[in-house]
Design a binder for this molecule. Structure first.
Ligand SMILES: [Zn+2]
Length: 500
């Protein structure tokens, strides 16, 4: 995929990748940031969610949306930030067709939240803190629509509240970037402040990517940053970082200089493409927004919001691991979406918290159930679990049927598939399809006798010392009983009878 680029591995070892991540997250509020217009612009007829304020008509004044401020404080608290007692909205001046005022109201010198961190899990099992430089509140822009040689402006999105979450340059591999974004999205969703829907533009990521030599690192210097814009999946973030790292190392390795530019990502070709140079790098001429007073946030207000924070994914993961003994790898997956965690906890409540039962649920969910989910849905959105036909109590009942040796493991997987399609209770399926396990030794003995008669040559070879044929006979027994034989009972009977 990226082999066309392949920098010399010896060169790669001489460099460190440095990535800072900017995430824009639309805040889930009913109304816009500075007016009463509704935020349900997706699919709405163009320019029907507008008013004098978000159309920037002369004399219209902005009013701060309290819900958006609270959501940003919630986010800041969850990201371990300091919540500033005074935040100031500022005008960021630039000209663009989808920006009717000619400036965006944002925050510059005094953002709402600063100096936080988010803990992420690395593949080697260790954890790492990615520092959060700031979380500030601003407004979204409108959208340009290009059609049939004409360009149109839709201002339904103009003024939708937007949080900007900026990290320090703490990310040093494509996998760390992926882990950071995954945990951040799970956190935002758990807080109920953002939908996390990248394909709808509700969450947008822009990595700043550079490489530096180890000498530069020792001197505290950084390389030239390239910003990648308009990425629409975490996978493309990860792939674009991997690509840029190799590209920049190759440029420097061949005596060239990395230019400070904005790039886009070509999903088909799996490579970055030049969007525009930084020659139009803006001087935004920020200044405090004269139409809005400084925002004062009292300690009491922050304490009140802090008291309403839900259990966050990292804490929940720790609880699964420490209280229930679930392995970290599964605990991370189960807490990546609130809907998955809810389903898991309901199954555990019905099945049991002791004797390794939660781990058994975790294994079955992340293995068998997710396989069915992935095969079914568009993409790999685990939140679909909220709408499947299987009841958590039925899932628990299935595991009990296996524990009680009513059915064996393999039959259990088939029953789960039927449950997934029909939503029926597992015991009804077992009864209806006659799947109960056969542990009646006379039935098993009968099957074995028939198999011996049909496979006399193999039997002779086994008795002559070819012991690996035991597996062959075991397979025949399971097949003859249509997979329903109790494997332990079948094995014991076969071991005895095969001796002759
Ligand atoms: Zn409006």
């Amino acid at each position: 995929m990226m082999s066309t680029l392949a920098a010399n591995p010896a060169d790669v070892a001489k460099f460190e990748l440095v990535v800072g991540m900017e995430v824009h997250a639309q805040v889930l509020t009913n109304s816009k940031m500075f007016c009463r217009c509704a935020t349900d612009y997706q699919g709405a007829p163009p320019n029907t969610r507008t008013c004098p304020t978000c159309l920037a008509l002369p004399g219209a004044l902005p009013v701060i949306n309290r819900a958006a401020v609270e959501a940003t404080i919630r986010t800041g608290l969850a990201l371990n930030c300091t919540i500033n007692q005074t935040a100031v909205f500022a005008r960021k001046n630039y000209t663009y067709p989808d920006l009717p005022k000619g400036y965006q109201i944002s925050q510059y010198e005094l953002p709402l939240c600063e100096h936080g961190y988010l803990e992420i899990d690395l593949e080697d099992g260790s954890t790492k803190r990615v520092r959060i430089r700031r979380v500030h509140l601003e407004e979204d822009t409108g959208r340009s629509v290009h059609e049939g040689g004409y360009s149109y402006i839709d201002l339904n999105r103009a003024g939708v509240p937007l949080m900007e979450i900026v990290t320090e340059a703490d990310i040093h591999s494509p996998e760390e970037a992926y882990a950071y974004l995954t945990r951040l999205r799970a956190t935002l969703r758990a807080l109920g402040v953002n939908s996390g829907d990248m394909e709808k533009g509700a969450l947008r990521c822009e990595p700043n990517i550079s490489v530096r030599t180890l000498d530069q690192k020792a001197r505290g210097e950084y390389g030239v940053k390239v910003e990648v814009k308009n990425l629409n999946s975490f996978r493309s973030v990860r792939n674009s970082i991997a690509y840029e790292m190799e590209r920049q190392i190759k440029v420097i390795g061949s005596g060239g200089v990395v230019e400070q530019v904005n790039m886009g990502w070509d999903e088909d070709k799996q490579r970055t493409v030049l969007q525009r140079g930084k020659e139009d790098a803006h001087d935004y001429r920020y200044f405090p927004e004269p139409d809005l007073p400084p925002l004062r946030v009292s300690r009491e207000e922050v304490a009140r919001i802090a008291a309403t924070l839900p259990e966050l994914p990292a804490a929940r993961r720790n609880r699964y691991e420490q209280t229930w003994g679930v392995r970290r790898i599964e605990a991370n997956i189960l807490t990546s979406e609130a809907q998955v965690a809810r389903f898991f906890e309901e199954v555990v409540a019905a099945y049991g918290e002791n004797d390794g039962k939660p781990q058994r649920v975790a294994t079955w969910m992340t293995g068998e159930l997710f396989r069915l989910l992935y095969a079914d849905g568009e993409g790999q959105d685990l939140r679909q679990i909220a709408t499947i036909k299987i009841q958590p109590a039925h899932f628990a009942a299935l595991l009990k049927l296996i524990d009680d040796k009513v059915i064996n493991q393999n039959t259990g997987k088939k029953v789960l598939e039927t449950m997934y399609v029909t939503g029926d209770a597992p015991h009804s399926i077992v009864e209806r399809e006659g799947l109960a396990m056969v542990s009646d030794t006379s039935v098993i003995d009968e099957a074995i006798a028939a198999i011996f008669a049909e496979n006399a040559a193999e039997l002779a070879r086994y008795r002559a010392g070819e012991e690996k044929l035991f597996g062959f006979f075991m397979g025949q027994v399971m097949r003859a009983t249509k997979g329903k034989a109790d494997p332990a009972a079948a094995k014991a009977r076969l071991a005895e009878l095969i001796q002759g």
